[in-house]
Design a protein around this ligand. Structure first.
Ligand code: SF4
Ligand code: SF4
Ligand code: SF4
Length: 305
């Protein structure tokens, strides 16, 4: 098995950005998570879309963890996990998102090889334990073990081999390195904590025109507009900011905040427009002019002044 493992690790593959990236959905996307997290500055925006410079990329996988819509393809970060303990070194600080995913995989103890834990790690553990407290979970247990040795078996490799065992026939048919890339969905934090939401969604009901742009573009299908309601499932939201970026009325605001799930449900109202006398739908019961007439009025006001 070790020979096979070494061979797999020596395979040459390149990380790439998938078309599910928010910049492919709209040029107004402001997401820079992968760009900001890359320690090698290997990701740049090219023609408005993120591009990985494979010469600079060291395949550290930080971009994969950071992406809110799982749009970076490559291997998940290699971590050492033994007996549900995550064994770490000062040099390799693991992100909050990844720690929270490990926690739900029953990896609730972090083992340091040395007692002089770096400031960065202390800060990260504090953040992780605060987040766990907000999620109603116990804190990570911390241990020190100088004797702990690096082992070749890691969680990501285990995932690979269990996947490989299950699908050995299919893999044999289509043997190619790209086929062994991991499922980025395993880093979709929201699916591990279904009773909580990681964002606060706020909608300005006086400016929303019910244009449905947010509903159409949300990659997590959080937003639904029906004939009677505007609803949001905040527990599905991965904080990609796309709805906030593309709303033509700047009616949406998303902020990071952990809390128990509170579904959002706004009732639509039907009013008669005082200008064109047609019925129209609105979220604002005080609104008595339809969107088209309101815009026409605003334009003629600007033209007069
Ligand atoms: S983090 Fe993901 S969505 Fe954001 S720019 Fe990078 S690939 Fe696109
Ligand atoms: S919140 Fe913005 S994007 Fe969504 S329906 Fe309202 S106006 Fe359109
Ligand atoms: S609700 Fe907005 S921020 Fe959340 S996943 Fe959908 S588009 Fe992204």
């Amino acid at each position: 098995m070790n020979l096979l493992q070494s061979w797999l690790e020596s395979l040459d593959y390149e990380y790439r950005i998938l078309p599910s990236c928010t910049h492919y959905q709209s040029p107004r996307s402001s997401c820079r998570e992968c760009i900001d997290q890359c320690p090698e500055q290997a990701i740049i925006l090219k023609d408005g879309k993120p591009f990985i410079d494979t010469v600079k990329c060291t395949q550290c996988s930080q971009c994969i963890v950071a992406c809110p819509v799982q749009a970076v393809e490559g291997f998940l970060p290699k971590r050492t996990v033994e007996n549900n303990q995550l064994i770490v070194s000062n040099e390799d600080v693991i992100s909050l998102k990844e720690l929270l995913v490990y926690y739900q995989k029953q990896v609730t103890t972090i083992v340091f090889k040395h007692e002089d834990v770096s400031d960065e790690w202390q800060h990260m553990i504090k953040n992780a334990n605060e987040a766990l407290s907000e999620l109603g979970e116990a804190a990570f247990a911390i241990q020190f073990n100088k004797a702990v040795e690096e082992t070749e078996q890691t969680m990501t490799r285990k995932e690979l081999f269990s996947f490989w065992k299950k699908d050995v026939k299919n893999i044999a048919k289509e043997m190619a390195p790209a086929k062994w890339r991991f499922n980025q969905e395993s880093l979709n934090l929201t699916k591990y904590y279904p009773d909580h939401q990681f964002i606060e969604f706020s909608l300005d009901t006086s400016t929303c025109t019910l244009c449905k742009a947010c509903e159409i573009l949300c990659p997590k299908a959080c937003i639904h507009l029906t004939d009677t309601h505007f609803t949001v499932a905040p527990e599905q939201c991965s904080n990609c900011s796309l709805c906030e970026d593309i709303c033509p009325e700047q009616a949406i605001s998303i902020t990071s905040k952990i809390s128990p799930v509170t579904p959002i449900n706004y009732l639509l109202q039907e009013n008669e427009c005082t200008s064109c006398e047609e019925n129209f739908k609105t979220l604002d019961e005080a609104e008595h002019m339809c969107h088209a007439c309101r815009k026409k009025n605003e334009l003629s006001f600007y033209n007069r002044n």
